[in-house]
Design a protein around this ligand. Structure first.
Ligand SMILES: Cc1ncc(COP(=O)(O)O)c(C=O)c1O
Length: 391
């Protein structure tokens, strides 16, 4: 237990999507919100200091990075993933969802199929539909709370529907899978064979748990480098989502150019300077804080799983290989997803993500965000137990 992460900070009335929008989402206002994937921890003191220094400067004109920012990103990937990035490969966007939308418009035409693997982070679907493309799912094969890829189906879908773009979630949200080098290679080989561009969303890469190793798609399949956009961001790692600073690693100059032209077309030009300052400080100075926070979150996951097994055996949970998100399996309650949802909201007073929003395979599952002080998790367990506990 680390007092820095035990601290409960009141997030209400801070324009927080998680804490201030229950009414707008038609949820009871006294629900404990453990849905959207941001953390209830204050970010690293080194980041706060860098932001405060920048605020004290007092001028917030247009921004542009000048090399140090890129070096901070490069060093993080070199140290953590033994991967060398050329500064020219780094292109910034405000967020990864923005990158996904940009890639969809840059590399496909209206009416084209875009491939995903459901159940998956739902903005993949939203961005495909919002941009007038058609979602095609290579559904994951679900087994014992985990999942595998159906490679035969992946290849067939790509071939039959002339897929140009595949949105890969690596590691996978919400299933918590860390794709192995071998799995990524097999995917990569199929994409290479059919010339499919892959957007590899690696936002959760820093939250990989003991026994597993994050492999970048670019590492598993270097021969695919001219077809890959790798999306990364300090927003999950350092809890900076509201500051809007993401990075896209694009090795191929032609791909980079097309992505960049589409980004310009959106009218979004310079990045938010506070996001850049925070991201640079995070990668340069945030390591120690991050490791301590990560250890705390891992303990949270183990604690939650232990308690759930002991107090509510009807709700199943497989430990995720990555992410701070728990994929709770309510299917043994013999209630419908709709009934579980109602019970969670109106009886347990818990606001979780209904698995159905992630697509086929999500029914009967609810996603719980465990990146919060232990006392909040304890409260969540009490609330769950009051409804799903063994009486
Ligand atoms: C897989 C995945 N991609 C992207 C995002 C959102 O990233 P951003 O806030 O940079 O758009 C999330 C947030 O939960 C996520 O889980």
């Amino acid at each position: 237990m680390d007092p820095r992460f035990d601290l409960v900070v009141d997030r209400r009335h801070t324009m927080s999507l998680k804490y201030d929008t229950a009414k707008a989402h038609q949820k009871p206002e006294d629900c404990l919100p453990l849905w959207v994937a941001d953390m209830d921890f204050q970010t690293a003191p080194e980041i706060l200091e860098a932001l405060q220094k920048r605020v004290a400067h007092g001028i917030f004109g247009y921004s542009e990075t000048t090399g140090e920012y890129e070096q901070a990103v490069i060093q993080w990937w070199k140290k953590h993933y033994q991967f060398s990035i050329d500064p020219a490969w780094i292109k910034q966007t405000p967020s990864i969802v923005f990158s996904i939308a940009t890639a969809i418009r840059a590399f496909t035409l209206p009416g084209d199929y875009v491939l995903v693997q459901q159940p998956v982070y739902h903005p993949f679907r939203k961005m495909i539909e919002a941009n007038g493309r058609v979602l095609l799912s290579n559904d994951l094969i679900l087994k014992n709370g985990s999942c595998a890829m159906d490679l035969e189906d992946l290849e067939a879908k790509i071939r039959i529907h002339h897929v140009k773009l595949f949105l890969l979630c690596n590691p996978h949200n919400p299933m918590g899978r860390v794709w192995t080098k071998e799995e990524l290679r097999q995917v990569g080989e199929i994409c290479k064979r059919y010339g499919v561009i892959v957007l590899s969303d690696e936002i959760h890469c820093d939250f990989v748990w003991p026994g597993h190793t994050h492999t970048m798609l670019l590492q598993a399949m270097p021969e695919l480098a001219n077809q890959v956009i790798t999306c990364v961001s300090p927003s999950k790692t350092f809890n900076l989502a509201g500051l809007q600073a993401a990075n896209n690693i694009i090795v191929d100059p032609f791909l980079r150019e097309r992505f960049w032209t589409e980004r310009l077309r959106s009218g979004y030009d310079e990045q938010n300077v506070m996001g850049l300052v925070a991201a640079q400080a995070a990668y340069e100075q945030g390591e120690e804080w991050f490791q301590d926070m990560k250890a705390y979150v891992y303990e949270n996951l183990c604690f939650f799983q232990r308690e759930l097994e002991r107090r509510m055996p009807v709700v199943k949970l497989a430990m995720p290989e990555a992410t701070y998100l728990l994929w709770l399996d309510f299917r043994d309650t013999s209630l419908s997803a709709h009934q579980i949802n109602r019970k969670l909201l109106t009886e347990a007073k818990l606001w979780l993500n209904d698995g159905r929003m992630f697509g086929p395979g999500g029914e009967g599952f609810f996603r719980l965000n465990a990146a919060c002080p232990r006392s909040i998790l304890e409260e969540a367990l009490r609330r769950l137990e009051s409804v799903f506990g063994t009486k």
